[in-house]
Design a binder for this molecule. Structure first.
Ligand SMILES: Cc1cc2nc3c(=O)[nH]c(=O)nc-3n(C[C@H](O)[C@H](O)[C@H](O)COP(=O)(O)O)c2cc1C
Length: 312
């Protein structure tokens, strides 16, 4: 059975439900050496701030039996340099691009949004299809904890990003019991979709009790967090069936991508699997199509929120 791979996320249509996840596919077209970037739904670039940022001390990644822990610390060239160095390369690859933004204060997010807004008239910027606001960052200025753990703070950031002439997606944290509340707040503030979820906080010690990462703790990802992502997607979907969701967490197969769609996501992102095989976003995109046909679905968009088989 031929499967129509097009999905809608809010106001935009993507040619496929599978995208890359921020921070796991480089800043630009790095994965273009392994597959045709125009064949997946979108490339989500590593989160960028208004200033260049050095990130955390090494070691930054540590493999675990069912995933990994990382504390990269949002290293990046800054938004201005990214526009100069990376956007045109992504455009040459024909990649629909999602720019992820982060900040340490509401003011820094606002400035990042302004820089984005100014540069959207540049050649190549037509490839930017959405902006994903990474809210899983500590608020250093007002000292109010992680943005995504506070509904008002998250809504404030999203409201200030409305100057950007692109759909705004809010990427939320699973490390809070307020997820549903925060999702509702960012929607009310103008987010067209929520991306669920970022990494799960954790700590890994070596045999002598010393943290394996230079930063101490870090974020867990990969298959071990897949049930966390499923739960987050299902909870937000149950609370607000009309809010588009992008599911992310432990997608390593077409079936795992399909499970997130069934839980209520309209699209999915592939992160840690890319560290095992840089072709993973493409191969999982292809596997999802085979899985969907096996399940009796002729359109990926029909799987969202559906239990059981499709209608064939
Ligand atoms: C090494 C690494 C770096 C990451 N960097 C970012 C980032 O810059 N911005 C962001 O929103 N999420 C970042 N994430 C989180 C992923 O985008 C994703 O939400 C999470 O890893 C769960 O998906 P996965 O299990 O498929 O990796 C990072 C994850 C990893 C493993």
């Amino acid at each position: 059975m031929a499967v129509d791979t097009r999905v809608r996320v809010g106001s935009i249509e993507l040619s496929h439900a599978v995208m890359t996840a921020s921070g796991t596919s480089g800043h630009g077209a790095e994965l273009g050496a392994y597959f045709d970037l125009s064949r997946i739904g979108a490339v989500v670039v590593k989160s960028l701030s208004v200033m260049p940022w050095a990130g955390n001390p090494a070691p930054r990644l540590h493999p675990l039996s069912h995933g990994m822990i990382n504390a990269v610390g949002l290293q990046g060239p800054g938004l201005v340099a990214w526009f100069d160095e990376h956007l045109h390369v992504l455009a040459q690859h024909g990649a629909r691009t999602v720019v992820s933004l982060w900040g340490r204060s509401v003011e820094e997010y606002r400035r990042a949004a302004e820089v984005m807004a100014e540069r959207l008239s540049r050649p190549g910027a037509e490839h930017i299809v959405a902006v994903e606001i990474n809210l899983s960052c500590p608020n250093l200025e007002e000292r109010r904890g992680i943005f995504a753990h506070d509904a008002d703070l998250s809504a404030d950031v999203v409201a200030r990003c409305q100057v950007i002439d692109r759909p705004v997606w809010a990427k939320l944290s699973p490390n809070t019991d307020r997820l549903v509340e925060v999702a509702g707040a960012v929607r009310a503030a103008g987010a067209e979709a929520v991306t669920l979820v970022n990494t799960v906080v954790g700590l890994v010690l070596d045999d002598e009790g010393v943290p394996v990462l230079g930063n101490g703790g870090g974020g867990l990802s990969g298959p071990m967090v897949h049930p966390v992502a499923l739960r987050a997607v299902a909870d937000v979907r149950a609370a607000d069936p009309d809010l588009p969701i992008i599911g992310v967490g432990g997608v390593t197969s077409g079936a795992a991508a399909g499970a997130l769609l069934r839980a209520g996501a309209s699209a999915v992102q592939v992160g840690t699997a890319t560290f095992v095989d840089p072709r993973a976003p493409m191969s999982i995109a292809d596997e999802l199509v085979v899985w969907a046909a096996d399940q009796g679905f002729s359109r990926l968009r029909d799987i969202t929120g559906r239990r059981g088989r499709g209608s064939d």
